[in-house]
Design a protein around this ligand. Structure first.
Ligand code: HEM
Length: 360
């Protein structure tokens, strides 16, 4: 082969890239970001984002076969599992990705907390993050009801009772609001339209603020600058490389969830029996389950409310200029205590037998 023959394709690729870039300005994505942005701790938000993309794509496929009425919902899930093309695998990918995304969102939040990245000027992005956390939990909750098995039906029972507790503002949760559409249809709309739309809006705001502030420096570098040292470097990698890395992690999630969906049967319980309450919720709801045992259903409103309220106050209470964990000992101890309490509550919830909370 001549030298000309070997360089020609490369030239063609480069010309094609220039033609695309001239029109889309993709090279603008190669702006500098600090090298540590590619470390696992600082890419968890991006991994969560790619997880959401997988959820959206697999959800669109499931929506082709799902039927949101009380009579047909569970039957249509069985159809997805047994007859729809790729249905069982796509349902498994959707289910396992939801679990993984919940875990990566919590880890991302933990990293932000540990590194004090919620401090000035990122307070608002912490609050937006809490909104994203609430939406993620809301998506999992509504998704559970859609299966319309025993677990989903009991989750719906809680949904209705919580609506009653909220009073006049709880009308949306009531099965009698809009008699033309059964409540499972309304929860379906929340799952596929309302919550994703709100989430997309918050995500755009979250990303615009990350772009505006840049990723926070490593806490030790930041504190050194506070003490009069050099300003932390804002370079070392590019956003384009960061994006490729996120996409790589996204592919790993897709791989893991595909294997899981092939190896483990994605759960679907029996047809609902309205006269019993025998299920325990998904793991992310378990810390609140003991409160429901001890204080009844209203605890499902005030316990998460208090937790989210306390988290919302964090950037406004932790006012020191330093970000290293060693210089924020009180907040790190508080965080560890919270974590231990949550794990203990989950252990308690797993160890105690399921109880009936909803009026049958
Ligand atoms: C749906 C879930 C979420 C997604 C997809 C997401 C995405 C991201 C991304 C891509 C970044 C850039 C850096 C990184 O990955 O660490 C980021 C930064 C940030 N996120 Fe999130 N996030 C989510 C939830 C949250 C939550 C629950 C919180 C806290 C309550 C939060 C607070 C922040 C803050 C304060 C930053 C700036 C951190 C820094 O500059 O070091 N995010 N988020």
């Amino acid at each position: 082969m001549t030298a000309r023959a070997t360089t020609a394709p490369r030239g063609r690729w480069r010309r094609a890239w220039h033609a695309i870039d001239e029109r889309l300005g993709l090279s603008g994505l190669a702006y500098p970001v600090p090298a540590h942005a590619n470390g696992i701790g600082y890419i968890l938000g991006g991994i969560s984002f790619f997880g959401f993309l997988i959820l959206a794509a697999s959800g669109v496929w499931l929506a082709q076969f799902y039927h949101p009425t009380p009579e047909a919902a569970r039957e249509s899930v069985l159809y997805i599992m047994n007859a729809a093309p790729l249905g069982d695998i796509v349902r498994g990918i959707h289910f396992w990705t939801a679990n993984l995304v919940m875990a990566t969102v919590l880890l991302h939040m933990g990293r932000v907390y540990l590194t004090g990245a919620y401090k000035r000027p990122r307070e608002l992005n912490w609050l937006i993050g809490l909104g994203l956390l609430t939406i993620t939990v809301g998506l999992i909750f509504t998704g559970t009801v859609l299966k319309w098995d025993q677990e989903g039906f009991e989750a719906l029972g809680h949904n209705v009772e919580i609506g009653d507790l909220i009073g006049a503002f709880g009308f949306w949760f009531s099965p009698t609001f809009g008699a033309s559409l059964p409540i499972v249809g309304r929860l379906y709309i929340a799952h596929v339209v309302i919550l994703p739309a709100l989430g997309t809006f918050l995500l755009i705001a979250h990303f615009l603020l990350v772009k505006r502030h840049g990723i926070s420096p490593l806490p030790a570098d930041f504190d050194a600058a506070v003490d009069g040292g050099p300003e932390p470097s804002r370079e070392g990698s590019t956003f384009a490389a960061h994006l490729v890395r996120m996409a790589g992690f996204g592919l790993i999630i897709l791989g893991i969830t595909t294997v899981l969906s092939l190896l483990v049967r994605t759960p679907l319980g029996g047809s609902p029996n309205p006269s019993v309450e025998v299920s325990k919720p998904w793991w992310m709801f378990l810390p609140f389950y003991p409160f429901e045992d001890w204080f009844g259903l209203p605890a499902l409103l005030w316990a998460p409310g208090l937790l989210v309220g306390a988290l919302a106050l964090v950037p406004f209470v932790d006012r020191s200029r330093y970000r290293s964990p060693g210089r924020r000992r009180a907040f790190i101890v508080a965080g560890v205590l919270l974590l231990v309490a949550l794990v203990a509550l989950v252990a308690y919830a797993l160890a105690t037998p399921a109880k009936s909370h909803v009026a049958m």
